[in-house]
Design a protein around this ligand. Structure first.
Ligand SMILES: *Cc1c(COP(=O)(O)O)cnc(C)c1O
Length: 401
């Protein structure tokens, strides 16, 4: 026993900046928290956020809403999903993704997962051809971006609309293009554990004017859609406004204020995440038993979490590793766990999905996958220590496997 122990929390984010707090207090003092509650000449904070985020993302239109999951649901509806439609999606993703499909009336059709945690392109091509699915809700799960050229080909050949779930790739790029700018719509989350933190929140971006108009009306615009910051023209709204139900999910001005200040810090935060990621990656590779796959050079990722595999480890050993690391303060998520715990839910735990699907490749990958959050409250020494503890526990559990 070396007696190394880690004492920081894996769920502690950095504080909100002083500037954002000042702005939030100003808004509280006006009492005008609702985005449509503006006075003469005033542009609501939520509208300013939409304008600034659209600019940052490089999209024509942006809707700020209540959560990433809500954005996904609205994106599916705005792209024309009707109840009963099949939606292709990653088997390795988080619960809000199949939940959004279900909420919009669709049926998830899960696609297998490769060793690199990306969607399995052969299985995708096969299911795209053999099913009636008209949508692919693609999760860039844990920041791993699949071959987007092939994905666009598969979607194009099968007339499938691509919607990107960028909850883990806000700010990432693939061959120079920002994640979210490949599909018809992209959805982002500003829930506390993502790349910007407003507690809860979602952003939807698109270049399609009708999709944008429908999304805005869905979000509950009370015909006040002109007060949005990155919206299409009145004409477009006239086409859709009476046939698009209000499903209230607006963003408020307080959260918008917090996010506006964070857009400015995104690029420097991405650099900080990646510095931490590289230290962890290097540290974990000190153990010959751990596999941390190379990130492709054309993928400019955001290292806000790190995944690694313990190839050939038994379930008992994986469980022991998780337990022993937890004892030393290192919180590993293991997606192979039989029972869903905290954020580790697996496709077979979403039992509301009508047709239960069996995905052996996904099962095999997840059974040996470990996942760590990388909060910016960790410094580089913290990352070194975390990796050392994991390597040490890997060696110890190896002796009894
Ligand atoms: C967080 C997350 C979402 C959306 O989450 P909300 O909590 O609804 O904002 C969607 N997809 C993935 C993969 C996520 O991790």
């Amino acid at each position: 026993m070396s007696g190394k122990r880690f004492s920081k929390s894996f769920t502690q984010q950095e504080p909100v900046s002083g500037e954002a707090i000042t702005r939030a207090v100003e808004i509280l003092q006006t009492g005008r928290l609702h985005r449509y509650n503006t006075i003469e000449g005033e542009v609501a904070e939520a509208a300013l956020l939409e304008r600034e985020y659209a600019g940052w993302q490089g999209a024509s239109y942006c809707l700020a809403c209540t959560s990433g999951g809500y954005a996904l649901q609205v994106a599916l509806r705005s792209c024309g999903l009707v109840p009963g439609d099949m939606v292709l999606t990653n088997a390795y993703t988080l619960a809000p993704v199949p939940g959004a499909i279900h909420g919009a009336g669709g049926k998830p059709l899960f696609v297998e997962t490769g060793d690199d945690w990306k969607i399995d392109l052969n299985d995708l091509a096969e299911k795209a051809e053999q099913s009636d699915a008209r949508f692919l809700l693609l999760s860039h799960m844990r920041g791993h971006i699949a071959d987007m050229d092939r994905i666009l080909d598969i979607c194009g050949q099968n007339r499938i609309t691509l919607i990107e779930d960028c909850a883990h790739t806000m700010g990432a790029r693939w061959k120079g293009t920002r994640s979210g700018n490949f599909g018809k719509v992209a959805c982002f989350s500003s829930q506390t554990y993502k790349h910007m933190n407003s507690g809860e929140g979602g952003l939807l971006t698109t270049d399609d004017e009708e999709v944008a108009a429908r999304a805005i009306v869905h979000s509950g615009s009370y015909m006040l859609y002109q007060r949005h910051g990155a919206a299409p023209s009145e004409e477009v709204f006239r086409k859709v406004r009476l046939e698009t139900p209000n499903m209230s999910g607006r963003m408020d001005n307080l959260r918008a204020a917090l996010l506006r200040y964070q857009i400015r810090d995104l690029d420097s935060n991405i650099t900080r995440w990646n510095e931490r990621y590289r230290v962890l990656e290097q540290g974990l590779r000190m153990s010959k038993e751990l596999l941390v796959p190379e990130r492709p050079r054309h993928e400019a990722f955001v290292g806000s979490s790190i995944q690694f595999q313990v190839p050939n480890a038994s379930a008992e050993r994986m469980q022991a590793l998780v337990t022993q690391c937890a004892r030393e303060g290192v919180e590993i998520k293991w997606f192979g766990e039989a029972e869903p715990k905290a954020f580790t839910s697996r496709y077979d735990s979403w039992q509301y999905v009508e047709e239960q699907q069996h995905l052996p490749k996904t099962d095999a990958v997840l059974a040996r996958t470990c996942d760590l959050r990388v909060p910016l409250t960790f410094d580089l020494d913290d990352c070194r220590l975390v990796a050392e503890i994991i390597c040490e526990k890997t060696a110890q559990t190896g002796r009894v496997d």
